[in-house]
Design a protein. Structure first.
Length: 340
């Protein structure tokens, strides 16, 4: 870990909400704590950036005495790493925390219900008990408030077609296949595909790699607007002082940042404690206040406070994908937005 990153983590740790630091550690499962301490460590594979995640895991370490090995990466490479480990008989990871834990194969995924799962929203609980939602992700358009005025904001996705001033300047991220699928569900498949093809032909969107990179480029004024991005990324940048915000259109795609446990975890008791920790009031309060992540626990306040209410004013469609659905949707997305 670089000295600059370590310094940033220490600074962020000091900024954690006092009430979050002082909350009782009611996520600790007493009968697991002794065996977990004997295991000594837990390895987390996660797509959450270190600046957000490591201060939270420092609290876990302080409360349990268990060392956290944090491996951060994009979801695709993390799944690839898990697959390679499985083929070679290695089992390095204990817990995965990302938006696509649900596609981890069953033979690598532990069915288990953490005690804190009863406190999260029903949609965030996998009926098969293989993953649980840690935070809610909402896909909504993002814009630069210096470049786009409120009266210019489209009231529907159809209205994007009338904004000729944005030709070649509208952003979409290269893997927004599930957002695309919600458009098809909302409008009907034939009408939805036509709308997206019309948007692609008329506005010639710029396809970028990475939602965080796209959010930062819009906040920096490199592009005025995105067809969609994660509301939490926009919130995070806005609260840091950047000239950006989101607005809400029908439909809103809802997904979850998930947690799941390796069926062959080398540290199984520590893994269960870590998963239960991510579903706790303490962890979700920190994630909400520091990163703008929308908690799946309804007893934890969102940041901003009205984010759930704003989303629920529109048609919210919860959608995840299987590994095969991901491939099919990505092919259609590429046909529309990246034609050869």
């Amino acid at each position: 870990m670089s000295r600059s990153l370590l310094g940033a983590i220490i600074a962020l740790f000091m900024l954690l909400p006092a009430h979050a630091q002082q909350e009782p550690h009611d996520w600790i499962i007493p009968e697991l704590l002794g065996p977990a301490k004997a295991e000594g460590q837990v390895t987390i594979y996660s797509s959450t950036n270190e600046q957000e995640a490591l201060p939270m895991w420092k609290l876990f370490e302080a409360a349990t005495g268990i060392k956290v090995n944090y491996v951060r990466g994009a979801e695709g490479p993390l799944h690839g790493r898990i697959a390679v480990e499985a083929r070679t008989g290695q089992h390095s990871w204990d817990v995965m925390n990302a938006g696509s834990v649900n596609i981890v194969p069953d033979h690598l995924s532990l069915a288990w219900e953490p005690p804190n799962a009863k406190h999260i929203m029903p949609e965030a609980r996998d009926p098969r008990q293989r993953w649980y939602g840690v935070y809610a992700g909402y896909d909504v358009p993002q814009y630069n408030t210096n470049l786009v005025k409120p009266h210019e904001l489209p009231k529907t996705y159809e209205e994007f077609l009338t904004r000729k001033q944005w030709i070649g300047k509208v952003v979409i991220e290269a893997t927004d296949r599930d957002w695309m699928e919600t458009i098809l569900i909302h409008y009907g498949r034939e009408k939805g595909i036509k709308l997206l093809k019309d948007i692609a032909a008329t506005l010639k969107p710029v396809v970028l790699d990475g939602h965080l990179a796209a959010a930062r480029q819009i906040a920096a004024g490199e592009y005025p607007i995105a067809l969609m991005n994660y509301s939490m990324l926009t919130t995070n940048l806005k609260q840091s002082g950047a000239p950006t915000d989101y607005f809400v259109l029908d439909p809103v795609h809802l997904w979850f940042g998930q947690v799941g446990i390796n069926k062959n975890a080398p540290h199984p008791n520590a893994a269960k404690l870590a998963a239960n920790f991510l579903l706790s009031r303490q962890a979700q309060t920190i994630a909400s206040q520091m990163g703008g992540r929308v908690p799946t626990r309804l007893d934890v306040e969102s940041n901003p406070k009205d984010v759930r209410e704003r989303m629920n004013e529109k048609k919210v469609i919860f959608l995840i994908h299987t590994a095969e659905e991901m491939k099919v949707r990505q092919r259609l997305f590429d046909e529309i937005f990246r034609p050869k």
